[in-house]
Design a protein around this ligand. Structure first.
Ligand code: 28F
Length: 645
């Protein structure tokens, strides 16, 4: 309060309100940036970069530089017009200062207004300022350089003129900020998180160049993203390890009722759909009206074409949307002035004009495209017709199993060793590779809360099989019945029989591959289990070290070395390298991998903000190409966070 008063006497009455505005941000940061976790921390960078992207969308900037500095501060630079520095008469101070010290109406997370390209330029800068220990801005404009510095949202100096720019026509904005350690739980930026986000930004804004550097590293790490093809290149990036069904990537764009629409898509020979929708460059994991418009146009246009060119007989049913979208990778990007978000997490677009705009832009362009590319239309429709037949077969098989289980009561798989506790909250299920390890696990387990499901041999790769084959697969059927949730449209998380689903495989490359196959199944068929944090990886030890009748277990090479330093590298040290779970007896398995008091579990995390990139990662590691897969297995740990240690 004392600080507020001082400023108030210096700058007049208006300032009090301004300071209160930014105080509100510091009091409830979550309202403005979602959270104060690592995710919220990274949002600070997105807010600043968004303003530079707005300047690019307005047509004045073509390059943005983002640096993580050695002290973990961030510098963002653009070559736009530079934020205006002239006096804003209403506020009685420079426009630049207003941008950084006045809280603009509403925020992404606070409801109310929303950032709009070309409209509310600069929204978010004051929020970042309020949550930064220090923030400095340099503006190049009218052949001069200007500067101002702030701390926790308060000005430390007036806007000052530093002199002439090197070149007369040099313009742009540069911001350096250091997040406030009093606000954020963690103030270390992750280079990979920023790379993923800005790669996506570059895909969504064709022609824009974004350079990201990590200056903490020696040598400095740098990535430059620049896609003249925009979302068309996004589709080919996601499809990189898939086999496309036809060569070109469909693309169309248009503006209707003030909604700017862009769509890119291509089918591949897989059976999974990868459609990602965005509103004003922000992902909409729950879809909404734009996605509805997309689906309507796709279903209608393909069915009309199939009828007109007699690819569907009169006696045959229309193709369903799902059939047409089998193996489809698509990006839908809309820009809209006043987006309305609905649903529990406010991530679902509600504007009805977006439905109409996407539907009409896509229908018009797709109809023409199909007429001009009959060979492509034919392969897509042939695949859709096969999908329709497989779906019919799968439905029949499912109805049969449903009726059966209704008769049998709930028939759990025979090889499941279930636990006795009836409260799912206390229960966990281990998915164990192989019968022998399954046997040890059954002996080792705590019978009241731990269930064991041994899985035999290679797990089916669900990316490479149609629904009928997937539903016929024994291992998959037993997982579905054991979990109790059902699948697809029938999925109901409240029926989940275990709080933790724990994948336990050998600590070698084959084990990693089996984990990945299981994760792919869960990711494609029961993503809610991952999203809600129910899926874990067990961590068996890599080494056992014996000395003087004492035993140590090491879970990594580093840990083994640490233990060796501690106990001394003597001749009589006995080091055993575990190659598989089968080499441990039941007691060892319990001590090292299953005892809740001692084990290491890694929780599998799902980041909705980067879902499209994760999708590509999954396909890469399930694909036939060996190199990308090896890379994943080595980087596996990045998709996982430690939970119980
Ligand atoms: C490093 C992050 O924030 N870039 C920005 C501009 C340009 C204008 C602007 C921004 C005008 C009065 C609000 C310039 N010339 N990069 C950035 N570049 N904001 S933020 O205007 C802000 C409004 O108050 C700009 C003419 N019009 C707009």
């Amino acid at each position: 309060m004392a600080d507020n008063k001082k400023n108030a006497t210096e700058y007049g009455g208006d300032q009090i309100q301004i300071l209160e505005g930014l105080e509100a941000v510091r009091k409830r940061p979550g309202m403005y940036i979602g959270s104060t976790s690592s995710r919220g921390l990274h949002h600070l960078v997105y807010e600043i970069v968004d303003n530079a992207v707005d300047e690019a969308l307005a047509g004045y900037c073509d390059t943005i530089w983002v640096d993580i500095n050695p002290d973990n501060s961030i510098t963002v630079t653009d070559n736009g017009r530079g934020i205006p520095v002239d006096i804003n008469h209403k506020a009685g101070k420079s426009a630049l200062e207003v941008v950084f010290t006045v809280l603009h109406a509403g925020g992404k997370f606070g409801g109310g207004g929303y950032k709009v390209s070309g409209g509310l330029h600069g929204v978010g800068a004051s929020v970042v300022n309020a949550l930064s220990e220090s923030l400095e801005v340099w503006v190049h404009r009218d052949a001069k350089e200007y500067h101002q510095k702030y701390s926790k949202g308060k000005t430390l100096c007036e806007v000052e003129e530093l002199g002439a720019t090197e070149k007369e026509d040099m313009t742009g904005t540069k911001i350096t900020f250091l997040p406030d350690k009093e606000i954020f739980e963690d103030t270390v930026f992750e280079f990979e998180t920023l790379q993923t986000r800005f790669r996506e930004m570059a895909f969504l804004t064709k022609g824009l160049k974004i350079s990201v550097r990590d200056l903490r590293k020696d040598p400095v790490e740098e990535a430059v993203y620049h896609y003249e093809g925009g979302i068309k290149e996004f589709v080919s990036f996601i499809n990189v390890s898939k086999q496309p069904l036809y060569n070109d990537i469909f693309y169309c764009e248009g503006i209707k009722d003030g909604v700017k629409v862009e769509i890119a898509m291509q089918h591949n020979d897989s059976y999974t759909e990868s459609t990602y929708s965005f509103v004003n460059n922000i992902t909409t994991p729950e879809g909404g009206t734009h996605l509805e418009g997309f689906r309507r146009a796709l279903t209608k246009t393909f069915n009309e074409y199939a009828r007109e060119f007699k690819l569907l007989k009169e006696s045959e049913d229309n193709l369903s949307g799902e059939d047409i979208r089998e193996g489809l990778t698509a990006i839908i990007s809309v820009k809209i002035g006043n987006p309305q978000f609905e649903g529990q997490t406010k991530q679902k677009l509600g504007n009805s004009e977006a439905r109409n705009a996407v539907e009409s832009v896509l229908s018009e362009n797709l109809k023409i495209y199909l007429e001009q590319n009959p060979a492509t239309a034919k392969v897509i429709l042939e695949k859709s017709i096969l999908a329709q037949r497989a779906r019919d077969a799968a439905r029949k098989a499912r109805d049969l199993t449903r009726r059966k289980s209704a008769l049998d009561g709930l028939s759990l798989p025979g090889k499941l060793a279930d636990c006795s506790d009836n409260n799912p909250k206390n229960c966990e299920i281990y998915l164990v590779e192989g019968d022998s390890a399954g046997g040890s696990a059954k002996t080792a387990r705590s019978r009241d809360t731990q269930a064991i499901l041994p899985l035999r041999g290679k797990i089916l790769n669900v990316e490479k099989a149609r629904l009928d084959r997937i539903y016929a697969n024994e291992e998959i059927k037993s997982m579905i019945t054991a979990f109790g949730t059902g699948i697809h449209d029938d999925f109901d998380i409240t029926k989940l029989r275990y709080d933790k689903i724990i994948i336990m495989t050998d600590a070698d490359v084959d084990g990693a591959h089996i984990s990945t196959l299981l994760l792919t199944f869960l990711y494609r068929f029961m993503p809610e289990l991952i999203k809600q944090g129910h899926v874990y990886l067990a961590t068996p030890p890599l080494y056992k070290l014996e000395k003087n009748k004492k035993i140590w277990y090491a879970y990594s090479d580093d840990e083994l070395n640490r233990i060796l330093v501690e106990v001394g590298r003597d001749q009589n040290n006995k080091i055993q390298r575990y190659k598989g779970l089968g080499e441990m007896d039941a007691e060892q398995l319990w001590e090292t991998t299953m005892d809740p008091e001692r084990r290491i579990l890694k929780r599998v995390v799902y980041n909705e903000e980067t879902a499209a990139t994760i999708d590509k990662t999954f396909t890469t590691l399930m694909g036939d190409q060996v190199e990308p897969r090896r890379e994943f297995i080595e980087e596996n740990a990045k998709y996982v966070t430690n939970l119980d240690v």
